[in-house]
Design a binder for this molecule. Structure first.
Ligand SMILES: C[S@@+](CC[C@H](N)C(=O)[O-])C[C@H]1O[C@@H](n2cnc3c(N)ncnc32)[C@H](O)[C@@H]1O
Length: 263
């Protein structure tokens, strides 16, 4: 049976799962960037850039309303900002773990141009941090042109509820992009499985000094619906043009969809 949502060890229901996920990210926030780059050998940077480029058509429109939800320490947000024009409406960058969001805001927040020799800094694109739960976004219905999320969706306590909430806040014709890990098949999948289940948690433990978070990562990827089931779930939530584009042999991939213009 497909998992309804993330269930960290010991979490009996959606509410306790969400609390456990938030606490986990609060606790690893200081080491999160270092761990990410070490564990992925910096391939994560390519994934964020590639995902951002997929939505270039929306991002180049200065008035486009864009949300990066589960933004964490903001690396996808930074990749999105690179494609925004000067003076563009700020991107909204949301997360429910304050310690992650604070680190993100240091990277993507508005730069103070006072006293700076670089006057152009004043209209440089930036993002606004919002402390928000992806399942209960503090946003009006039909208000966004684009929602993107990287490696956060898998952690939601209820995937269908997450898609429903994304659908609610997207304008008709609005785009959705979900970058997530997956489990490739074949020989590559076997080799990667050994790295993911054995090597990665051990490195995570060594750098972080904590057990839970990097044991949770492979378990959460294993429990996440495979691409065809996830695409079907997006369709059931009312989206159209639902698709999955594998990245790096299918270790990760980008789910894309659109809220229909007419229902
Ligand atoms: C693995 S990190 C990914 C961060 C960033 N997007 C990246 O690509 O590095 C997952 C993030 O999702 C956030 N998150 C998980 N569930 C959430 C929810 N229900 N609402 C908001 N943020 C959530 C966590 O706090 C964490 O910062």
């Amino acid at each position: 049976m497909l998992a309804k949502g993330a269930r960290p060890v010991g979490a009996a229901d959606e509410a306790t799962a969400a609390v456990a996920v938030r606490q986990m990210f609060e606790s690893i926030a200081p080491k999160y960037d270092l761990l990410n780059h070490v564990l992925s050998a910096n391939v994560d940077r390519l994934w964020w850039r590639r995902a951002a480029r997929r939505f270039k058509d929306v991002l180049v429109r200065p008035e486009a309303a864009v949300l990066d939800i589960c933004c964490g320490t903001g690396d996808l947000t930074m990749a999105l900002l690179k494609l925004r024009p000067r003076g563009a409406t700020p991107i909204l960058a949301g997360d429910f773990a304050r310690a992650m969001l604070r680190r993100g805001a240091e990277k993507f927040g508005p730069k103070d141009s006072r006293g700076s020799a670089d006057e152009s800094a004043s209209d440089a694109p930036y993002a606004v941090a919002i402390e928000a739960d992806a399942l209960h976004l503090p946003l009006r219905g039909e208000s966004l042109d684009l929602i993107v999320t990287a490696f956060g969706f898998r952690n939601l306590a209820n995937y269908e509820a997450g898609l429903k909430e994304f659908y609610r806040v997207l304008k008709p014709g609005g785009q959705l992009g979900i970058l997530e890990f997956s489990e490739p098949g074949g020989l590559i999948g076997k080799a990667y499985g050994v790295y993911f289940r054995r090597v990665l948690p051990a490195i995570g433990r060594a750098i972080c000094g904590k057990d839970g978070a990097y044991n949770y990562l492979p378990i959460s990827v294993g429990n996440f619906p495979p691409p065809d089931a996830m695409v079907e779930m997006m369709r059931r939530a009312g989206f159209e043009q639902c698709a999955w584009q594998p990245y790096t042999f299918g270790i990760a991939g980008l789910y894309t969809a659109m809220r229909p213009t007419v229902v």
